[in-house]
Design a protein around this ligand. Sequence first.
Ligand code: PCA
Length: 204
Amino acid sequence: MKVLITGFEPFGGEAINPSWEAVKALPRELGGAEIIKQRLPVTFRGVREVLPRLITETRPRVILLTGQAGGRPNITVERVAINVMDSKMPDNEGYTPEDEPVFEGAPAAYFSTLPIKNIVQALRGEGIPAAVSNTAGTYVCNTAMYTVLHTVAVAGMETRAGFVHVPFVHEQALDKPRPSMGLDTIVRAFKIAVETSLKGGEGF
Ligand code: PCA
């Protein structure tokens, strides 16, 4: 059994992206599953190219996508991905889409297929501030989440997939008044999210 877990390269002038730093620190095996780690580009084009290929090649049981949401104070488990790319902030190729669909003619939205409430509960139970988020934005993270859920749905796969956003880590907050979390806490949160997802749960 395989679990695919992704983090992003840095963007927006940051030197690191805590999502990939935490994914890198995960063990190779969790809850009896082989962990496949992938670093993703922060480009609208790149995620739509890389993710469908990776899913077809690895056919994971669970996919946990992770990214940085600088400014959020807690771990947020995303509920929904929408078929929209819209950003004034350029991606890492300088692209700024306006009101474009992720995939032309595809559904308006997909819900996460991970047990999002169970994950939040498990994180809080371990003393990690966490909440469900009802928007993954309209930047590259939303595009990645939409791409994965659409790919899995179209292929009729049983793979469960979703997205977790993480705050800045302390070193990123030294020069700006923004909330931050320790990297070790984020690593622990990803382990809990994977283990909880493998256990399944309500509607899983
Ligand atoms: N966060 C961005 C894209 C990459 C990342 O880590 C986002 O929330 O869209």
